[in-house]
Design a protein around this ligand. Structure first.
Ligand code: CU
Length: 162
């Protein structure tokens, strides 16, 4: 009788320990990615009056600005249901910071094959950096449902070989 009981406890222990190790391990992964790899939710990069986007720098002049050799900034405005600029031309190897806001409702900017995936909130500025090492045409999309024309809200980045 005693032997059976201790075997049962051993089996129980074998199940309990992994069930403790799993959440502890996941928490450790969370700490490493947050503080080690700095993967976290974006903070507030900047504020802009959503009613005055048209007349507030840098959104009064949407487009591509060259900051230095291979360094670019794209000032972009999203609205129902388009991006301004909708076509962006860059040389291959460009490192680009997208500075984007919305002048009406919540939109999103998703550029496949890059790490670019941000929400665009009216009143806030989103800032995200991507590198384009391959020539080609890269479509980008609004990925926050923003009304009837949401599925038509996209643009294109043309990366040109030097
Ligand atoms: Cu949208």
């Amino acid at each position: 009788m005693m032997k059976l009981n201790s075997t049962v406890y051993l089996y129980e222990l074998l199940w309990v320990l992994p069930s403790l190790a799993l959440p502890v391990g996941m928490f450790a992964v969370l700490l490493v990615t947050t503080f080690g790899a700095e993967i976290h939710l974006p903070g507030v990069e900047g504020r802009v009056d959503p009613n005055r986007v048209d007349s507030t720098a840098p959104f009064d002049q949407p487009g591509v600005v060259q900051l230095g050799p291979g360094q670019y900034e794209v000032h972009m405005v999203s609205q129902v249901w388009s991006f301004d600029p909708a076509e962006i031309r860059l040389p291959v190897g460009a490192e680009v910071t997208f500075v984007v806001t919305s002048s009406d409702v919540v939109h999103g900017l998703f550029i496949p094959y890059t790490h670019t995936n941000v929400m665009l909130l009216p009143g806030q500025t989103s800032r995200v950096t991507a590198r384009f090492d391959q020539p080609g045409h890269f479509r980008f999309f609004c990925h926050e449902y923003c009304g009837l024309g949401h599925h038509t809200m996209s643009g294109e980045i043309v990366v040109e070989a030097q």
